[in-house]
Design a protein around this ligand. Structure first.
Ligand SMILES: [Zn+2]
Ligand SMILES: [Zn+2]
Ligand SMILES: [Zn+2]
Length: 346
């Protein structure tokens, strides 16, 4: 089991040095609940595998996250960002909480290593079910937190055997957590919808070499509200996956770094657009530009960039609209209601 970002320690240091020259940034967000909103999406964690601030990192973004200038701190507070006890902000490891107001059930997409902190901070209900997109540390290793918190947790994951691991995501979850009686794994076939927490959920193959990884669509069959999640992925996801993810009310897109940072990745960038801008960083994550491009391809009504690294320059890292700092809750309603999401503070 590995992490999502693959450059070597030496390369990482070089990368970090370059980035710190321009600054870098974090995040943590939270969006509002509004009467009548039936699908409530809380971004519990919007960071990459090291989070922001990154432990021991002294880059400008991490320093700014730990101790924002007063004007930024005030703006973030006014915008509803969750502040740390020390007055900073943070971007914890990826996890999304989806509450169904109609059934009063909660679905958790990925189990962040920051699970405990996220649930204490946001006070969202514990999950009734969970989904694991892939077996990287930052998406799976929080699952053990259900011990003594939950009597029973249904965990859904893909059933395709990964040649890299010799087992499916569902198989790895089942074997890693065989010691926890609370966890029941339900293997699912990608591209085939299944029902959980009153939602219709479909796992879709994405591109995150060398491991198999899945994005997903979560739809409320009663209201038509639709959330799509890219999962950790490069830009060129399969056409059938795009068809399932298309036309979401809210799209959460992996946007690990701005495209101009591909210069510092040992493998550079890939999937360049007509202007020559790389939409993939290395081989397994989208650049910010790639994420926005995919959002466009999918005709997303609203998009939030997630899985962001501290390599974002400090002046760009704390933009609530596109790059929500930490936890925000978004009420999502079907587009046909004419309603919107993202207003108000929880
Ligand atoms: Zn990841
Ligand atoms: Zn990953
Ligand atoms: Zn840093």
């Amino acid at each position: 089991m590995g992490v999502c970002v693959s450059w070597s320690r030496k390369q990482s240091a070089r990368f970090e040095w370059h980035i710190s020259a321009v600054g870098v940034g974090p995040s943590c967000f939270s969006f509002a609940r509004r009467k009548g909103d039936l699908m409530e999406v809380t971004l519990l964690g919007t960071g990459d595998t090291t989070g922001t601030p990154t432990v021991a990192c002294k880059c400008e973004t991490c320093r700014t996250a730990r101790d924002p200038p007063e004007a930024l701190r005030r703006r973030l507070r006014d915008q509803g960002a969750t502040m740390t006890a020390a007055g900073g902000v943070e971007r914890t490891r990826f996890s999304v909480h989806v509450h169904n107001d109609r059934t009063d059930e909660s679905l958790l997409v990925d189990f962040s290593p920051d699970f405990r902190h996220q649930f204490l901070r946001e006070e969202v209900p514990l999950p009734d079910a969970g989904i694991v997109t892939h077996v990287h540390f930052d998406h799976l290793d929080g699952l053990g937190n259900c011990y003594r918190l939950l009597d029973d947790l249904a965990v859904y994951a893909a059933d395709e055997t990964d040649p890299e691991t010799g087992e499916s995501v569902a198989g790895t979850v089942a074997s890693d957590y065989a010691y926890l009686d609370q966890v029941t794994v339900h293997p699912q076939t990608p591209l085939e919808p299944f029902e959980v927490c009153g939602f219709e959920v479909t796992l879709v193959p994405v591109v995150h070499p060398p491991l198999l990884c899945y994005g997903l669509a979560v739809e409320d069959p009663e209201t038509g509200a639709k959330l799509s999640v890219s999962g950790d992925t490069a830009y060129d996801i399969p056409r059938e996956s795009c068809e399932v993810l298309a036309d979401p009310d809210l799209f959460l897109a992996d946007a690990i770094v701005p495209a101009d940072l591909c210069e510092y990745h040992p493998l550079g960038g890939a999937h360049h657009d007509s202007e020559g801008v790389p939409r993939t960083f290395g081989t397994k994550h989208m650049t910010r530009e790639g994420a926005l491009s995919l959002a466009d391809d999918l005709n997303a009504r609203e998009t939030r960039l997630v899985h962001a690294a501290h390599f974002y320059p400090a002046e760009e890292a704390f933009d609530r609209d596109s790059l929500p700092p930490c936890s925000h809750t978004y009420p999502v309603t079907g587009a046909e209601t004419g309603d919107n999401f993202g207003s108000g503070r929880k």
